[in-house]
Design a binder for this molecule. Sequence first.
Ligand code: NDP
Length: 300
Amino acid sequence: MIDLIVVGAGPAGLTAALYASRAGASVLVLDGGAPGGKMNLTAEIENYPGLITKGPELAYAMYEQCLSFGAKYEYGEVSRIEHHDDHQIVYVGDQAYDARYVFIATGTKERHMGIPHEEEMSGRGVSYCAVCDGPFFKNKDVCVIGGGNSAIEEAIYLSDIVAKVHVIVRRDVLRADQYLVNKLQTKENIEMHYLKKPHEVLVDNQKVAGLVVEDSKTGELSTIAAQGIFPFIGLDPITEFVKDLGIINDKGYIEVDANQETKVAGIFAGGDVVDKQLRQVVTAANDGAVAGQYIASLLK
Ligand code: NDP
């Protein structure tokens, strides 16, 4: 039996693996993607204390660090977790892994707009990752939808690559932090469209040709010509696979105590997937450290 299975290899999962394995626990990290989670999709991380670095570089450093203390990593998408009094069974398809403790750090996924042609053009002009797909739109015009930190950060990133960025905001204020708003204001090729909601992705000749937007007050429709559409309208927790455990709240997030333990003994969670105020690499790492150290102490 493994001491700890970590589900999800973002900063929370990798830090839990680091702390627990460094304290002597046997640790297996499972993830259905590359280690690093959303750090891999972030160009620049400039608010992790002591470091200004590229997201994938921090991801790789965290990954190497936890492996160096003996944690193992396997590719695998967890489909179910079964709770027993003294152990947990983690399923990846038909394969079952036995562990004393589980730490869930599956994070969040990007919310979709739910408008016509969005899904059909996804990966063909509609993208949820500026770092991954931005270079395809060199010298073209793009729309970024949203007014939060993600949208404004990605709009700033895209403005250095593309010809013009249109930012579509449904209210007349931004939700993003002031330092990002200040940076945004220095960019001459970003045009703000306040009080506009996405209505339809415009397709011409099987290519994205623009975004039809609806005025939030009058309902009037207008079109913004663009070859790329980047929605950043919020995130939803990845908790579908644990819904039977009774540990998620009505918003879909996992609730934990001060040790990051859920109300099901032996099952812990941390990072963006838990119900919290501030979702950052540093707060995810904090959750992982708290859980990893506490779990290691339970094994003694
Ligand atoms: P947020 O929930 O913070 O913002 C979502 C934005 O999209 C809001 O402006 C919201 O408008 C708008 N929106 C929501 N639904 C729709 C819709 N259907 N149509 C049009 N617009 C819509 O999500 P983010 O992904 O930006 O951020 C998630 C979390 O991650 C936050 O806690 C954020 O602070 C954090 N983060 C931090 C970063 C950093 O510190 N560098 C970077 C990126 C994210 P409205 O305001 O009207 O609700």
